[in-house]
Write a protein that binds this ligand. Structure first.
Ligand SMILES: Cc1cc2nc3c(=O)[nH]c(=O)nc-3n(C[C@H](O)[C@H](O)[C@H](O)COP(=O)(O)OP(=O)(O)OC[C@H]3O[C@@H](n4cnc5c(N)ncnc54)[C@H](O)[C@@H]3O)c2cc1C
Length: 252
């Protein structure tokens, strides 16, 4: 599957949370991709001396057979203050066109049916897991057991709760690191959920897929390898960004 240049037409735009939007688009020709891969979007004129920039966005929708339907692809994007890529996409509306290329990436499902899978994300890092868990490939050959741990900073930033909580063979667990006093769910970070797992959690029989904030990924990886003896080969990582700004250093 080599990446193809796509002229894309926006079909819908809607806010999923106060800071995250869903963008659906149709590429001018169908593409084959695997759950977990991403598109590279061209941001016109946003670079130095008016050059174009590129930004990566995970595909949030499952792969469809490109030959059987008019393909529609979904992205799930956080609006970053002053960020050229996320701001550009946030202004697109149905009928607008943009340029992209896809598919890219090796963050794809690769667990055998004898092992378990634990998908761990913060914020929009849940996007590739939505593409994987709702894909026909995954559903045809699921892992022995699956967990999907999701962390948000505030409860109104929890994504896809209604969809994941309905999937019977995936244990969906959310946590919030800076909840309001009314919040009744799990308070803390994804590493706190891991620390709270049952004593007999099968650490060594599980593949861990980590996606989102780089600080969360480093902390989670250190915990799994140093405290639970998880092998490096059982970890798959997709780092969205490495925060330079202490405000973005929240590992929720
Ligand atoms: C493989 C890959 C897949 C990605 N998929 C997605 C995706 O599905 N959805 C998505 O929203 N982003 C995703 N990103 C991040 C995305 O590529 C951009 O970095 C992000 O949109 C910010 O770009 P910008 O030009 O708006 O801001 P920039 O000016 O480039 O970034 C400013 C700062 O924003 C912070 N930041 C970047 N991304 C995020 C984020 N998602 N949440 C909170 N803070 C952030 C960082 O501290 C960064 O330094 C992905 C990144 C990679 C590498």
């Amino acid at each position: 599957m080599s990446a193809l240049k796509l002229q894309s037409t926006v079909t819908s735009f809607r806010m999923l949370t106060p800071t995250v939007f869903e963008l659906k688009f149709r590429p001018d020709h169908p593409i084959e991709f695997k759950g977990g891969q991403f598109v590279s979007v061209m941001i016109p004129g946003a670079g130095p001396k008016g050059r174009n920039l590129r930004r990566a966005y995970s595909i949030a929708s499952p792969p469809e057979n490109p030959n059987t339907s008019i393909q529609e692809i979904e992205l799930c994007v956080k609006i970053v203050d002053g960020g050229s890529g996320s701001t550009y996409l946030s202004k697109l509306r149905p009928g607008d066109q943009f340029e992209a290329a896809a598919p890219y990436g090796a963050f794809v499902y690769q667990t055998s049916s004898e092992r378990n899978a634990c998908f761990i994300s913060t914020g929009t890092g849940v996007a590739p897991f939505r593409s994987i868990v709702f894909s026909k490939d995954y559903q045809a050959a699921p892992p022995k057991k699956a967990w999907c741990l999701f962390g948000a900073r505030t409860e109104d930033e929890i994504l896809y709760d209604d969809e994941f909580s309905k999937v019977s063979d995936v244990e969906w667990v959310t946590c919030v690191s800076r909840p309001t006093p009314e919040f009744k769910g799990f308070k803390g970070r994804v590493t706190d959920i891991l620390r709270n797992m049952e004593k007999d959690f099968p650490w060594k029989e599980t593949d861990f897929y980590l996606c989102g904030n780089g600080a969360m990924i480093t902390e989670t990886k250190d915990f799994l390898m140093n405290e639970k003896g998880v092998e490096k080969s059982a970890l798959l990582l997709e780092v969205y960004f490495k925060p330079e700004d202490p405000e973005n250093n929240d590992v929720s």
